[in-house]
Write a protein that binds this ligand. Structure first.
Ligand code: KIV
Length: 276
């Protein structure tokens, strides 16, 4: 393929330009096959640390490691050619100080080739964001319901019930924005709080369980495809892959047991030749 025919991968400038315009389409991806299918439809593919729960069966994202994120980030980069790929920094890999954040983010970017990292950004994280951005690492923030902080919150609880929750979410978003985040995920907040954040910050907001007025939307792909029994209220299942997979597996089991599989179409027709 000539350089002219190559598909151009989206850049951080394309994402930043979306503020106030057509909503950004974002989904999570964890492997090359699914990334390849989603790629033409998405502005951003997030290798979310939700991989720990939906792929590895962990009870929360707290047990996810940098090595897991790198492995899945590499796979997604092999499958996607035009989407802007962001890899989540897992719990414990960026909170200590700016140097820890930069060194781990640099490793993730070097080993995966991704375009940016995401951190769950409490107000304290402005220092880390500024430090990374100044050193060449685009950073996406994440405010509101922060899955890595659910042990402090006592579970996955939507935010926006009290003045204090409003103030904190807005302060976190402003801190990330002023520190140079190129976009901010706003998760699990009241729609009017999400709208206030979108109107306040200069970078695009990406909503999940937030508001249709955000500058983009993201969902965990496995939830959107209906692969799991339970999904949060904010998920709209656009497919029922769990039933599809169950039906296909049941048919396979029946045909193996009855010896209907493999049939003539699935077996080789080879003629034996005389030895030379
Ligand atoms: O890990 C993840 O999938 C995320 C999205 C839910 C935004 O952070």
């Amino acid at each position: 393929m000539s350089a002219q025919n190559q598909i151009r991968r989206k850049t951080v400038r394309d994402i930043a330009k979306a503020k106030g315009g057509e909503p950004l389409v974002c989904l999570t991806a964890y492997d090359a096959t699914v990334a390849h299918i989603l790629d033409p439809h998405c502005d951003i593919l997030l290798v979310g640390d939700s991989v720990g729960m939906v792929v590895h069966g962990l009870p929360s994202t707290v047990g996810v490691t940098i090595e897991m994120m790198i492995l899945h980030g590499q796979a997604v980069m092999r499958g996607a050619s035009q989407a802007f790929v962001v890899v989540d920094m897992p719990f414990g890999s960026y909170e200590t100080n700016a140097d820890q954040a930069f060194l781990n983010a640099a490793r993730i970017m070097q080993e995966t080739g991704c375009q940016a990292v995401k951190i769950e950004s409490g107000a304290y994280a402005a220092t880390q964001i500024r430090h990374m951005v100044e050193r060449g690492i685009p950073v996406m923030g994440h405010v509101g319901l922060r899955p890595q902080a659910t042990n402090v919150d006592g579970g996955f609880r939507a935010k926006g019930r009290t003045d204090e929750e409003w103030t904190r979410a807005i302060e976190e978003a402003v801190a990330a924005d002023e520190a140079g985040a190129f976009a901010i995920v706003v998760e699990g907040v009241a729609p009017d709080l999400a709208d206030k954040i979108t109107a306040t910050v200069s970078c695009p907001t990406i909503g999940i369980g937030a508001s249709a007025n955000c500058d983009g939307q993201i969902l965990v792909t496995n939830d959107m495809l209906g692969m799991t029994d339970w999904v949060p209220k904010f998920v709209k299942k656009n497919a029922d892959l769990k039933t599809e997979i169950e039906t296909a597996a049941k048919l396979y089991a029946e045909e193996v047991k009855s010896r209907a599989f493999p049939g003539a179409a699935q077996t080789y027709k080879l003629r034996k030749t005389a030895k030379s």
